[in-house]
Design a protein. Sequence first.
Length: 571
Amino acid sequence: MAEKTTDVYRSSDSDSPDNHGYRHGSVSNKLQSRQAAEANEAQDIYGDVQTAEEYGYVKRGLKSRHIQFIALGGTIGTGLFLGIGRAFSTGGPLSLLLGYTLVGCMVFAMMMSLGEMATWLPLPGAIPQYATRYIEPAFGFATGWNTWYSNAITLCAEISAAATVIDYWQGARHINPAVWITIVLVLILFLNIFAVAIYGEAEFIFASIKILTIVGLLILALIIDVGGVPGQQRLGFHYWKTPGAMAEYIDTGATGRFLGFWAVMVNAAFAYGGVEMVAVAAGEAENPRHNIPKAVRRVFWRILFFYVLGTLAIGVLIPYNDDNLLSAIKNGEPGGARSPWVIAIKRANIAALPSIINAVILTSATSSGNAFCYTGSRYLFALAQTGQAPRFLLKCSKNGVPYYCVLITWSIGLLTYMSVSSGSSTVFAWFQNLTTISTLFTWVMICFSYVRFHHACSAQGVARHELPFRTRLNDKAPILGYVAGIFFAIVIFFNGFDVIAGGFNYQGFITDYIGVPIFFGLYLIGKILFKSRWVPSAEADIYTGKAALDAVEWPERVPRNVLERIWFWIA
């Protein structure tokens, strides 16, 4: 679907590889070149030298392996291990497989379009900046603040999930969840406040654990399914026949099965939330013209192996009406108790694995909280860059961390303590529900921004072959942007179908659709504050910040043996 990209700048053929597999010319000269380019990039973005010197700028401290592993597993949280159980019980195995596959295809289409913008102009925070430059400043304002509060509240959700997961092991001895919430909060702050490289290393480790776990679970699922566990018979696709491939939801017959499928698709849309994180990190990535396209393409493999094969595996391991699954979902049992994976392992009488999976779920929740703190802070930084947030938020440490943005985003995580009190948990759940629709709005705005970016390039004479990364299907027209954007808009419109079709519930209706007036309310505020107008394609800013990036010369990584060749392909 996409053409292979090459590094824009290469070292001369006469240069020799160093001990790390890099080919350098003059190392000191290239280091000075990158440092000068970072300063020029700050000046170019801010508009003047004084501002750049006063506030500093984020640094490109995320290495290739950080970006690749963020793309592969950085946003896999509790959804893939826990949340998927509710979708499975609602729609059945076939609906689960089809729903996650269809949404995955749309997400990949959106990511390929985002990849074109992020490699042409890799900016910190990226997405609200694209909306501001290519559509209208008011849309950038709405997108940025909408996505920021979504990330900040999702941070609370992941921290709360981590504390709940620990309850799986506590049994009768119950320690106040505030203890675990405090530990996770302190860890997340430590990983985000000092240097982006620390965040990158943490996500590299977390993602590695999750990837190895999912691969192991897929292999285990195959062994269980073919009867490879002693004392267990071969399962095959038995549960697709009894109780069936598609569950009925709200209604009966074909209508009920379709509604079950649609409910899965809505759930899947939220399960993929955070996949756009690669573009957010583009502004701090080394050699983004090489690393971002590679990471974007790997979203396809992430969708295929983690979600498509994962949903298929769950569908053959347990029936969608399993009593343990339904009871755990209904009663909100802690941690892995409501995970389809853990239930399947228990059914196969494998003793030690449930606790191991629960530990992985804990690391996944912590990892996602860490990731949402990072992305939320960069969205806030992007808003400050475009003048849509207070200017003091531009202040960066010597290591290039926008620490005010980090602290403000992290401080929202303190709301997690509300979940300690049973009386406040209802209020906290309401805040959590605010984030559900905002993810889809972010994706719609990415697609909308790409359509405008495509038209802007055409209007300003930028040929498709000049893009460092391009998708063939978008060559004639921004087809993928249109298709994915319309699809996500339809999902937003029908998000709350169950509270209408199943008997109108005004509380559920408000919960499902409160994000719509919030987004358009933010748009109107931006319209009033900035008196913004639609940006004509011929006037869209597709160049500010690009010259500094073009001036950077990144060293070429040259593998010295087979093992390094494999590693360089992975990372």
